[in-house]
Design a protein around this ligand. Structure first.
Ligand code: APR
Ligand code: ZN
Ligand code: ZN
Length: 376
């Protein structure tokens, strides 16, 4: 029996309030309204940001909520006016929209679409209401994606169509982790061959920055993490040196500068603390050092730094979603993966059935996983 146009009852991981545990509940998912699509999820992966959001440490959060912003699935039905996606398409729901109409979308240098949560809440659909409910109460969306649900509803301009043959248990990594790290190196820093890079934090984001540095031809890639168990994988992806700040008495930025004479060409902060952001800037070369912030700091955290660092020619920037315009870029990135330009499979450290999502979060909190992929 067709589900088109009907409310679907399915399982989803609901967080009822800040710091409360995740509970698998039966939820109702409304049909898509105009310019929206409903997606049957196939795979989802757990990112550090989901954990921060569960603790209430995220700017755009409203409980009860269904978390998750990495996932992939198949279009179940489309609302009125949707012409670019059809039932049966393999798709990636994305936390960064590309509406194609706002000043940011029209600017060739920006990917910060004004539909992004910084400008408008993504806890509700564009008509300001959620499509989820549970036990008679509305349940809110997270970054619109809410990938920890068997079915989700998304505005069509935040959904990318994938190659028919793309395996969806790998596609989900493109929803945040891989794209954010890889794009920071390839698209934002535009790492040049023969250069030296430093990558702070060796989760999925940092490892993906290493992939990007390597693909770009960097000859020295210094990987930094306080958890030395991350070093083996970093080396597999292309790190040439791995250092643990806890092994040194002096600040890690001083150690990196000494390793290179005057500092690195490029650095990437893939952790999300202001202290590490500053360290990443300070370890770059005078004159042309380039440092990219990718980690998400807690709301209302600020940095102080010596402006002389910038006066003397360093560049400090940051990016969401690797600087890529989301809807047009994801299909290309996925095609590059299928053409074996790079391999992301090693970012998947664990695979679990969806109902074991709690175990997935425990692995993340214990520093044991890179990405746990949940299969529906
Ligand atoms: N110095 C060095 N490494 C650190 C430090 C520190 N002070 N603090 C944490 N780390 C390491 C952790 O040990 C971990 O290996 O940083 C890594 C971060 O990896 P994950 O927590 O797996 O995070 P990831 O999913 O890669 O995301 C990184 O980007 O999207 C944002 O919110 C996300 O801010 C987070 C960042
Ligand atoms: Zn836009
Ligand atoms: Zn993420």
């Amino acid at each position: 029996m067709s589900t088109v146009g009907k409310i679907i009852k399915c399982k989803a991981a609901v967080v009822w309030d800040k710091k409360q545990p995740i509970v698998i509940e039966e939820v109702e998912v409304q049909p898509p309204k105009a310019h929206e699509v409903r997606i049957k999820m196939v795979a989802a992966s757990i990112c550090r940001t989901d954990d921060h959001a569960m603790q209430g440490d995220f700017a755009d959060i409203n409980f009860p909520i269904i978390l998750g912003h990495e996932g992939a699935g198949i279009i179940e039905s489309v609302g009125e006016g949707v012409t670019d996606l059809k039932p049966g398409d393999k798709v990636l729901p994305m936390c960064v929209p590309q509406c194609g109409k706002c000043s940011s979308c029209l600017n060739p240098h920006s990917n910060c679409c004004l539909k992004l949560h910084n400008s408008e809440s993504q806890n509700v659909m564009p008509d300001k209401t959620p499509r989820f409910s549970c036990k008679g109460k509305p349940v809110y969306h997270f970054l619109w994606t809410s990938t920890f649900s068997e079915y989700i509803v998304m505005p069509h301009y935040s959904v990318a169509k994938l190659h028919d043959k793309m395996p969806l248990d790998k596609a989900c990594l493109f929803g945040c982790g891989f794209t954010c790290g890889y794009g920071a190196a390839v698209k934002v820093a535009k790492v040049e061959p023969g250069t030296t890079c430093a990558v702070f934090g060796l989760g999925a984001v940092g490892l993906s920055a290493i992939i990007g540095c390597k693909v770009s031809g960097a000859t020295r890639i210094i990987a930094v993490d306080i958890n030395s168990s991350k070093f083996e994988k970093a080396k597999q992806f292309g790190a040439t040196d791995c250092i643990n700040p806890n092994d040194y008495s002096k600040p890690i930025q001083d150690v990196i500068v000494e390793m290179n004479g005057q500092g690195v060409h490029y650095s990437f902060e893939c952790i999300g603390t202001t202290e590490c952001m500053r360290a990443a800037l300070e370890c770059t070369q005078l004159g042309y050092g380039f440092s990219v912030i990718i980690g998400d700091a807690a709301p209302n955290e600020y940095i102080t730094f010596d402006p002389y660092l910038l006066l003397t020619g360093r560049t400090w920037t940051g990016c969401v979603f690797g600087g890529y315009k989301s809807k047009e870029s994801i299909p290309k990135l996925v095609n590059d993966y299928m053409a074996k330009k790079y391999n992301v499979d090693g970012l998947v450290s664990h695979t679990l059935p969806f109902h074991s999502i709690k175990e997935g979060f425990e692995l993340l909190q214990a520093g044991k996983s890179i990405r746990t992929v949940l299969l529906f």
